[in-house]
Write a protein that binds this ligand. Structure first.
Ligand code: SF4
Ligand code: MG
Length: 318
């Protein structure tokens, strides 16, 4: 931005230039080595690179370790109730369509107590980025089985191992009606994490990002295989998908050209036995958006609203 943009040396300097510090909400208090730090850093970089004014950002969360996210961003924030991040985010987007809404939720928060909202928020397809931090455990409440805890993994609620096979966050989301954007990434690959969240930021609709997230305190070794054996990763590529940095392309030798408009292929790729696909699984920019309807109400005059209400009540007149 501050290079030499034209031959006459004219600098088109915006009125305000935001640095990373402008998005910094204070010292993050996650455990050392927690993957949440990487996600926070990626989101702050995207906001800086896109020069989003902090007053145009709303960070919404439910309950859990990752739901402390709004505290660490200098922006509007709402640290909500357990499982309720998405209805709050939809409410904010309905009444403040000018805000860039980001949601931080976890595998327990989103996929258990918040599961009903998960389905309907995807169906509403309001314009926001939803980040699911999937560490395969309830971290804040100290190692309880979550819907994504691997079968047989010992937890405080199931000391002899989780009984049920886990659900996959991305694969499940791809089964929802009117879903418009589903991607997956790792917190431990900052370049891919950044590009995935950037693609999510640019998509108009609900951009749902499944982030595999390290929790060194309670699920220290669950991602060992995928982290230490790059062959278990399938890197999705496509001109309309997540941009792949050359270093990331070199890191993973298994690549697959995948058209993100192909929902059936996306569903298959989301759950490949022995492999984990990262990148953009599905994107439908034409999916209807509910926020385009809810926001229209803002422009209605009091008289028009009253007339509409009268019309509705008249239908019940006897
Ligand atoms: Fe992160 Fe796990 Fe610590 Fe929570 S318990 S802050 S998820 S490392
Ligand atoms: Mg969790």
């Amino acid at each position: 931005m501050f290079g030499l943009p034209s031959e006459d040396w004219t600098l088109d300097v915006p009125e305000r230039y935001f640095t990373l510090e402008n998005y910094d909400g204070g010292v993050a208090r996650w455990c050392p080595g927690c993957g949440d730090f990487a996600v926070l850093s990626a989101v702050q970089r995207i906001c800086r690179d896109a020069q989003v004014p902090p007053e145009k950002l709303a960070m919404i969360s439910g309950i859990g370790c990752s739901s402390r996210f709004p505290h660490y961003m200098h922006a509007y924030g709402f640290h909500g109730l357990h499982g309720r991040a998405l209805p709050v985010a939809c409410g904010v987007k309905s009444r403040r369509p000018d805000l860039h809404v980001w949601v931080a939720t976890g595998d327990g928060d989103c996929c258990s107590i918040g599961a009903g909202h998960w389905l309907h928020a995807c169906r509403y397809n309001m314009d926001m980025v939803v980040m699911v931090f999937d560490n395969h455990i309830y971290g804040l409440t100290k190692k309880q089985t979550s819907p994504t805890t691997p079968l047989g993994f010992g937890t405080n609620t199931h000391p002899d191992g989780a009984f049920l096979p886990p659900l996959d966050v991305a694969a499940t989301t791809l089964g929802f009606p009117n879903v418009s954007f589903v991607a997956r990434t790792f917190d431990w690959n900052p370049a891919h994490l950044y590009q995935t969240l950037l693609a999510a930021y640019h998509h108009r609709g609900t951009s749902f990002v499944h982030i595999l997230q390290r929790c060194p305190t309670y699920t220290a070794d669950v991602f060992d295989e995928v982290r230490n054996t790059p062959d278990t990763t399938l890197l999705l590529t496509h001109p309309e998908g997540v941009a792949v940095d050359p270093g990331v392309a070199r890191m993973y030798k298994n690549h697959r050209e995948h058209d993100p408009r192909d929902l059936a292929a996306a569903r298959q790729l989301a759950q490949i036995p022995g492999q984990i696909a990262i990148g953009l699984l599905y994107c439908n920019p034409a999916a209807p958006r509910y926020d385009l309807h809810t926001a229209v109400g803002l422009g209605q005059s009091r008289e028009r609203k009253l007339a509409g209400l009268e019309r509705e009540l008249d239908r019940f007149a006897i």
